[in-house]
Design a protein around this ligand. Structure first.
Ligand code: ADP
Ligand code: MG
Length: 227
């Protein structure tokens, strides 16, 4: 999917504090691109990814997905747009503790117009691809961090979305599990998905076609000049 972001800003306001989390951010991501977002803690990476994933609206600016303006959708409109199109891998996984891994991964399919058989097949395929089929009946807290990360990715890809967004998908993993997750993202990329990944790791960023550097809510050409 093609993403076009223009003059995007996000301001968080509380009674006493105003944070300019993103200031006038402009970039294009072509269909099928694999892009890494990098920058120091607190520079706005998650805020940007959440907006790209239609989990939040910008305060101002334009955001086109495949030519459709989505910057000002209401929450219900964002939810509808996301369904089946956008897979989001949360930094803290956001798996639901009271549900089995199987049911967690089924969640994005619940309201899609697919037969029950097709839904079951998709969940089985996603679990198999992520190597967690044997954990199907377990609760999230019974899994290792690496397995929870895989379950979170399985849930993000089960609807076969054209856009996959991942917030530090290797941040909680040891290097072996991290390398495996990166290999999976490479595979999804080869299969044609557009991928945007937040990362702190230069090694992970090397898997991407391109790096978007953020510093203090703004795009910068070369992050090393700022650090
Ligand atoms: P990063 O992911 O790069 O570490 P974030 O996007 O999470 O950074 O945060 C960017 C800035 O916006 C930080 O100063 C953070 O404290 C602030 N921020 C993020 N989310 C909120 C929120 N919901 N309310 C208020 N401030 C927020
Ligand atoms: Mg973050």
């Amino acid at each position: 999917m093609r993403l076009q972001v223009k003059n995007l800003s996000k301001v968080f306001r509380t009674d006493t504090l105003q944070t300019n989390a993103l200031s006038n951010v402009t970039f294009d991501i072509a269909d099928g691109d694999f892009v890494a977002i990098m920058g120091p803690s607190g520079c706005g990476k998650s805020t940007l990814l959440n907006i790209l994933g239609l989990l939040d609206n910008p305060t101002s600016g334009s955001y086109l997905i495949d030519g459709t303006e989505v910057a000002n959708l209401r929450e219900s409109g964002r939810t509808d747009f996301r369904k089946g199109r956008i897979g989001f891998v949360f930094q803290s996984f956001n798996l639901i503790d009271t549900m089995s891994i199987y049911d967690n991964i089924m969640l994005p399919l619940n309201n899609l117009p697919l037969s029950r058989t097709e839904k079951r097949t998709r969940v089985d395929e996603a679990m198999k691809r992520m190597g967690i089929s044997h954990r199907s009946g377990h609760r999230p807290q019974q899994l290792s961090g690496g397995q929870q990360q895989r379950a979170a990715i399985a849930r993000a890809i089960v609807s076969k979305p054209g856009l996959i967004l991942a917030d530090e998908p290797t941040g909680n993993l040891d290097s072996t599990n991290g390398a495996e997750v990166m290999a999976l993202l490479d595979e999804l990329h080869r299969d044609g998905a557009t991928i945007v990944m937040v990362t702190h790791s230069q090694k992970d960023a090397a898997h991407a076609d391109r790096i978007i550097n953020l510093f203090d809510g703004q795009l910068v050409e070369n992050l090393n000049d700022k650090l």
